[in-house]
Design a protein. Structure first.
Length: 520
């Protein structure tokens, strides 16, 4: 039996029905009047981007202009886009799932969550050049105040497989799905924090370091001297003469890996039996040297690294009576001949010790973790349209919101970095019900996981902290910009263990940056 319960005096419409369960009959009531959200804790993140001015500055600079009075507002377009990205969506069609949210859109000044078609059409209305400037400025704004301490710029390329006839979908290098058309994402990251400084979305065949070089140099040239990286780091694709010459001209230190070409192998052969191998950490040994490859104008410092290969990775072929057999080494100790080495050769213009060079290059592997998170836990693997222009817009917006969320989560959890697969259910997922009484809006949160009490304590601490800073800033200053600077200074002190003594004045304007090349 079901019946409609009259709650019209309270503005509610509730449907009731008795359901037979294993434990007996249960009365079920469907409330169709009270607004609710499955992401109740997101209101703390909304407070964060509101008080720091990140949301307002992003909204104000958006080059989207409608003339029709019935068109969606900027708040609705960007708010729908941001909520979808934060929820972990990968397709525009997933935006429909946000239309049940009756709380968070209103907190962003939205009247409604727009449809997927309205969002796609809105992005098409953003001009390419204007979109480039807009998103470049905000990617810079999300990182610039963190760059006045020593930091490392990682550059690498990841491949996005495509399954349609999109612009720029070309069959080229694709290690996961050979033969599948793809786009190439050239990405520039701040190591450690894994913040994205820029991303270039190119056609599938433009996946080489040659195509990543203009974006990298554009970012370096846009940074003021005090904000430039202490080191630029990349894999063997970036160890080419063209890029190294450009960095040397700019007096920028770098560390790249070299491909094992014929001349590089000759260098390895010359130093194999040479004494003086130094410990490079984690089982590696290093030998310093110089090398001038064909096409290089001058010699450059190279470090040859080697590591004894584990038992399971070594197999020696021997011929016994015409039959090939496998002989596994009994020991990899240096007193026997039954061991082998794997080699890597690094090129650099720094004067760091070999042990430091080895560890610095091993740390570069963390960039792969950032790619994994952005592609599999955020929207880099999706939000695909037929034109590459909107693919580029989506890539930059996902990177921007990823930066905002990463910094917010680090405020809540300073002990360690949390990926989205952990931080979203922990700091976002709770049932939030909105009620209004005497003009006051009340949102009641109900935790949905075992760490709800911990999330409440951490989010409350962050809210109290940024509200306290905001209240102490003088009214005649730009309070939101000053608060964003204070947040970044706090994070720098937090992550450097209080060793960062270089503090900016509260009334100093942020550095003026030329728009970085985001590949549009």
């Amino acid at each position: 039996m079901s019946e409609k319960v009259d709650m019209s005096d309270y503005g509610l419409s509730i449907y009731s029905r008795t359901v037979q369960t294993v434990n007996g009959p249960v009365e079920v009531r469907w409330d169709q009047g009270s607004p609710a959200t499955p992401m109740g804790q997101l209101l703390y993140f909304i407070e964060f981007i509101n008080l720091t001015g990140l949301w307002d500055r992003w909204l104000t600079g958006c080059p989207l202009n409608y003339t029709s009075p019935n068109a969606s507002t900027k708040e609705e377009v960007l708010g729908t886009w941001m909520l979808s990205v934060l929820a972990g969506h990968r397709r525009y069609s997933h935006v429909t799932a946000m239309r049940c949210d009756g709380v968070n859109p209103g907190l962003l000044g939205m009247r409604k969550v727009i449809s997927e078609d309205a969002l796609r059409n809105a992005l098409k209305s953003i001009e390419e050049e204007a979109g480039t400037t807009w998103l470049s400025e905000h990617l810079n704004d999300s990182t610039i105040w963190l760059l006045d301490v020593p930091w490392i710029l990682d550059t690498d390329t990841t491949i996005k497989p495509l399954y349609g006839k999109q612009e720029g979908a070309e069959v080229s290098y694709n290690p996961k799905k050979p033969g599948r058309p793809s786009h190439a994402y050239h990405t520039y990251l701040m190591a450690g924090l894994r913040l994205v400084l820029g991303v270039d979305v190119c056609a599938g065949k433009q996946h080489t370091a040659y195509h990543a070089q203009p974006g990298l140099l554009s970012i370096l040239d846009a940074l003021p001297p005090e904000n430039k990286p202490a080191l630029v780091r990349g894999d063997c694709a970036f160890g080419n003469d063209s890029l190294m010459n450009e960095l040397e001209t700019r007096e920028q230190e770098y560390l790249f890996k070299l491909k094992l070409t014929k001349n590089v192998k000759r260098l390895i052969a010359r130093v194999v039996d040479k004494p003086g191998w130094e410990d490079a950490g984690q089982g590696w040994e290093g030998q310093d040297g110089e090398l001038r490859l064909q096409g290089w104008k001058d010699k450059r410092r190279v470090i040859v690294l080697r590591r004894a290969v584990a038992y399971k990775d070594v197999a020696e072929c021997q011929c016994e009576g015409g039959q090939m057999v496998l002989q596994f080494p009994k020991s990899k100790g240096k007193n026997t001949d039954n061991y082998g080495y794997e080699y890597a050769v690094l090129v650099t213009n720094t004067d760091y010790a070999i042990c430091s060079i080895g560890q610095l290059y091993r740390d570069r592997a963390d960039a792969e973790n950032a790619f994994d998170e952005l592609k599999n836990q955020w929207g880099w693997g999706g939000f695909t349209t037929k034109d590459i222009h909107r693919c580029r817009l989506s890539a930059c917006v996902v990177a921007l919101i990823y930066n905002w969320w990463s910094l917010f989560v680090r405020l809540a959890n300073p002990e360690a970095r949390c990926e989205a697969i952990t931080s979203r259910p922990w700091l976002m997922a709770s049932i939030g019900c909105k009620t209004q009484n005497d003009g006051q809006t009340i949102i009641t949160l109900t935790g949905m996981h075992a760490r709800s009490d911990d999330a409440r304590a951490r989010l409350t601490r962050v809210s109290t902290m940024i509200q306290g800073w905001f209240s102490k800033i003088s009214e005649q200053l730009d309070k939101s910009k000053i608060l964003w600077q204070l947040v970044c200074d706090y994070l720098k002190l937090l992550l450097t263990g209080g060793k960062n003594k270089k503090q900016r004045r509260l009334d100093k304007n942020p550095p003026k940056l030329a728009p970085a090349n985001c590949g549009f």
